[in-house]
Structures are given as C-alpha cells and as structure tokens.
Design a protein around this ligand. Sequence first.
Ligand code: NAD
Length: 537
Amino acid sequence: MITRRALSSLRRAPLARGLSSRASTVLSALDIRADRELPGVYDGEWTGSGDVLESVCPTTGEVLARVKSATPAEVERAIQRSREAYKVIRSVPAPKRGEILRQIREALATKRDALGALVSLEMGKIRTEGEGEVQEFIDIADYGVGLSRMMNGRVVASERPGHSILEVPNPLGVVAVLSAFNFPVAVYGWNLALSLAAGNATLWKPAPSTPLCSIAVTKIVSEVLERNGVPGAVAGLVLGGKAVGEHVVGSSDVDMVSFTGSEAVGREVGKVVQGRFGKVLLELGGNNAAVVMPDADLNLAVSAVFFGAVGTAGQRCTTTRRLYLHSNVVEDFLARLEGLYQSVRPGDPLDRSTLLGPLHNRAAVQTYDTAIQHLKEIGAEIMTGGAPYRDLASPLNGGNFVMPTIAIPQEVNVKDKVWSTETFAPVLTVGVFDKLEQAIEWNNGVPQGLSSSLWTRDIRNVGKWIGPAGSDAGIVNVNVGTSGAEIGAAFGGNKSTGWGRESGGDAWKQYVRWSAATINFSDEAPLAQGVQFSNTA
Ligand code: NAD
C-alpha cells in the first residue's frame, strides 16, 4: 500500500513527466520551465521558499507547474525592498517614468499573443478574451505614458496678497495590488500603469491559482526596469494565499492597498487597512442587470446579453447576472436568447473557435450546483442549462465545464439570494416588468453596484436611467452590455462593490498624496480670514 507520505512526495516530483503539448507550447513561448518548482517571489531577485502552489489547468485538470510561495520573512523583505525602491523611483521625473512605461508597453506588445494564450491556459477564458486582457494592459500603459506628462495639480487664488496656493500631487509610497483569478493580467496592469506613472513602488499579490500569469508578466516588466537601471522592486511580486495577502494588507509599510476580489474578503481588507489609516481601493463583486425596453433593438440586445452572461463562462465582475425584460418583449427575446445558448458548445479555450471555456476550479462548479439547486427549490423554471457537462471527451472531461443557464424564478424578490448575491458562474435569472421605474428599483435593490445596461431607443428612458433616479451602479450603459469596459473612463462600482475607481478618468488621483502648499512671496504675513494675532495691533 502506498503511504500518505510517499503519495505527497510523488505529488511533489519534478514535472519533467509529460506535460501535454497544448500546455508546453504555451509555456515554452514564454520561457516558463515546468520541469522544476518555480520561484514565486520577485523583489529585485527571484526567490521563494514557502508552500508550493500548483497551477492547475481548468480545462483539463492537468498540473501545469508548481510554484514556491513567499514565507513571512520573504514577504517582509519584499515590502522593505519596495520601500527602498520607492525612494529611487519617486525622484525619477514623471515623464521619464512614462518612458519606462512606454518600454513596458512595447515589451508586452511583442508577447501579446503568447501571454494571451497563457491566460487562456491558466485561467480558462477563451483566446480572444485572453488576448483582450493583455491588450488592456497595453492600452493602460499607453494611457500611463500620456498621464506621466499630465498629472497636474492646481494653482488656487489666495485671499491674501502676495500669496499663492498650490495643490500638489506627490508620489504616495508602496502600493500593494491584490488581484483576483479572473483577470490575472489586466487588473495588475491597470494598477501598475497608474502607480508607476505616479512614482510609486508596486507590490503585487496575485491570486494563488494563476501564478504563471503573474510570473510571466513580472519577468517582462522587470527586464525593462533592469535595463533602465531602476530597482526591480519597483514592481515586486509575492505569490501566496490568504496568509501572504493578510501580511501585505496589515503592513503599515504599505501605503495603499488596491484590492480586487470578492465582497467577503474585500470587507475584511477594507477594515484592516482603514484600521491603520492606510489608503484602500476596493473593486469587489458585481451583480449586474440588463434592462430591455419594448423599443429596444433586439438584435443588438440579445447578442449583448449572450456575451455578457456567457462570455468568460460568467466569471467577470461585470457579467450580466440579472435580466429584466419588458412584458412586451419577453417571448421574442427569450426565444432568441435560448437559441444562442443552445448553439454554444464547451471547448478548449485555446481553440479559436471556442466560445465557452471552463469554470476556473472545482469550487466554482460547486457554487454553480448550489445556485441551481436553490433555484429549483424556489420553483424557478430552468429554461436551459442547469447542470455540469458530464460526458465530454478527453481531455475536457478533466475540466470544470458547466452549462450556461437561464432561470426564471416565479417572482423578483431582490432580498432572495438568487437575486442579491453574485454567483460567479454562468447563471442568468430573468424577471418581467411593465414600467421602467420597476426595473430600476430591482436594478438598485441589491447590495452590489458595479455595472448595468439599458436597452432602448427612447431618449426619455435614457434620461431617467442615467439621472438621479436611475441606475445606482458605477457603470450605467445604454445600448451597450454590462461587460467589457474600455480603459479611458474610470472603472469601478458603488455600494458593496466598494466605491473604488481604477484605470482612466481621475483614478490616478488616488495613487498620489495631495498637499495644499500656501506660498507667501510678500513681505507681510497676514493670517487667513483676516484673523489678527499680534500684541502690537
Ligand atoms: P478572492 O476575494 O477570493 O481573492 C482575491 C485576492 O485576495 C486573492 O489574491 C486572494 O489570495 C486574496 N485573499 C484572500 N483572502 C485574503 C485575506 N484574508 N486578506 C488578504 N488577501 C486575501 O476573489 P477571487 O475568487 O480571486 O475573485 C473573484 C471575485 O473578484 C469576484 O467576486 C469578482 O466579482 C471580483 N472581481 C472584481 C473586479 C472589479 O473590478 N470589481 C474585477 C475582477 C474580479
């Protein structure tokens, strides 16, 4: 009989044994060695001697690589090295930091397709979405290059003669980026671009299940930093799970924590960082609704809802999870949508013809099952889907494939968890309304507030939807689906999604410390508001 110990050492055996050709092609294009345990810490040097993380392919169940996470001492050293690196990068002129970002952008662009394939292999999203995610990093790097010459403060009129007031943005310090598994490249990119342009050192703690994406990205970025004579710890990496995350979040040497993940973890992270008066940016769960009015262009709306609900196998924070249909369009809309759902086939996300990839892990399949079970218990009609795929051929039978599901509960009760929680899987629940006001109430009646989408050709509906009595989400689209934002606008949500803003717009202003500097260039020293404080008066 094989002992437990022998089993565990077998599991830890070098990975020289046959990696599938689909995996080895992707990894070798990025020089990722799968025949040894990889170091999961970068602080100017590659180290890592903590617990071993396994990167498991969600499509086949194959172990792609093993990665050594950070020990507490290694996390601490990485934080301290980030602090030292900050002291260097803060004094590099912003446009020169922009030039480094430009080179990072170029380096990413040459590896765009290879990195996109790695995202598909390790996270499980389809090829076009994997590449789109890398494109997002490239786009935000472009944005950061421009930003590096435009992070302007203000000159404010002073009430005192011979005085000027300046509002000055200065670098903040160390920015920790804790990211989720579903965007293993882009979320870091959004943060790194703004943080580096602003003159900070950035320390990345990615999801433990996508270590290879973070190692590949960090290699690309660090090569550029080293070429420019900048300390590598300007863009450090610490791989690990909850304990590593807690260490980073709790450290008073980390000035800002930009956290992307679930509401449950974000709530704890927010309290810890707030408790030590650090800066926190939270990008948490979404529970996004699309509202379809009777005058909507259904051709556009049906395909947008299909992409929003089924794209990324329902694993985007902006995935369409709730569909509110006007009673006049219910039948037509659902017939068309069901047709699209039934046409979709699960497949290898690396294959360019695949539209439906796997869920990221087994736990997500369990979450999907539990949600379907609850829908059945409350008497919802499962219009299509409702079960994992069970009879797939090898190697997909080792993956986490579930059927995209449309469910019609008997009523819309936004207090029921069917409507009020984010199930991170392709489950779309449908409700029927007669008045836009009712749909807006349902849209707003949940804890989350990330994305929302109205389909109409009537300008009066648009006014209501985007106005004070309209959608309370951070993203309020019209004739555009809930999913798939561009980098130019600030991205983020409200309420339990966390009120954070990343990417474009004014998001960069969170990555700096602001000072109001009043300068007296006169020969008098008057006090503000005319206050007199002199015994010679
Ligand atoms: P998660 O909350 O489980 O993990 C996120 C990160 O937090 C990971 O790096 C994880 O290791 C780390 N972590 C876990 N426990 C921690 C702790 N106690 N202290 C510090 N760090 C800890 O999220 P996930 O399952 O990886 O990602 C899915 C979630 O992320 C979904 O809810 C999705 O909506 C959300 N998300 C939001 C956005 C957005 O922009 N709003 C974008 C992508 C994903």
